[in-house]
Design a protein around this ligand. Structure first.
Ligand SMILES: C[S@@+](CC[C@H](N)C(=O)[O-])C[C@H]1O[C@@H](n2cnc3c(N)ncnc32)[C@H](O)[C@@H]1O
Length: 209
């Protein structure tokens, strides 16, 4: 953690942080309004969530990120952009969903470029496993949407397999099809690095049935 990241967390947590709680956080109270809530899992230093929050001031954006230095950078960038519709929870996403985020409370969920764990012996560490996908589904409101992108073909194959096992989510592109790249998803560090490695990015969009 750099000194600037540590300072950002100390100074900006009251404005952008979400306190870790043993029970459900009221999202309307958190943002002070009843606007639609969009959730990014593993938001890193915020390339996506900052751009989405800037472009859509009438939505609320909640980022969950386990890596504390990234949270410091994200808070610093949020303050520089003067954002009022963004909050960040520095917690493991599985724990956060199980304990803190109310079910059926979120309109969109984004999981962009999750850690790919390409080695076979590490596949079990991948975030997008059936129980986690089922939890994502349960946190969506009726007609909510789940957006996923990865540049690792092996992970894309894994996601397609897992999705086929979990009910209650409909592939909005077409059964077994990848979605077109959403125009609003800006290219970030991870996508660019994938491109340099010759990887093709796969997008998925699912709707809560
Ligand atoms: C490869 S990075 C992608 C970051 C960002 N989504 C992007 O595309 O620029 C994956 C991020 O997910 C975070 N992450 C991994 N497992 C997590 C978990 N269980 N809960 C919350 N964040 C997690 C990592 O710390 C990292 O910041």
């Amino acid at each position: 953690m750099t000194a600037a990241q540590a300072r950002a967390i100390a100074e900006l947590s009251p404005r952008y942080g979400v306190q870790i709680a043993d029970g459900a956080t009221d999202l309307c109270a958190l943002f002070g309004n009843r606007a639609p809530c969009h959730l990014e899992i593993g938001c890193g230093n915020g390339d996506y969530i900052i751009s989405l929050a800037q472009a859509n001031p009438d939505n609320n954006y909640l980022g969950i990120e386990v890596h504390r230095p990234g949270v410091g950078s994200l808070m610093r960038r949020a303050a520089a952009a003067g954002l009022r519709n963004l909050r960040i929870l520095n917690r493991d996403a599985m724990e956060a969903l199980a304990i803190q985020i109310p079910v059926a409370s979120v309109d969109h969920i984004y999981v962009f470029f999750p850690d790919p764990w390409p080695k076979k012996r590490h596949h079990k560490r991948r975030l997008l496993q059936p129980s986690f996908i089922a939890s994502l589904r349960d946190h969506l409101r009726a007609n909510g949407r789940l957006f996923i992108a990865t540049d690792w073909q092996g992970y894309a194959d894994h996601i397609a397999e897992v999705m086929a096992q979990v009910g209650g989510l409909v592939n909005l592109a077409a059964p077994s099809a990848y979605a077109p790249r959403p125009a609003w998803r800006p290219p970030t560090r991870y996508e660019r690095r994938g491109g340099q490695l010759g990887h093709v990015v796969r997008d998925f969009v699912y709707g809560r049935a």
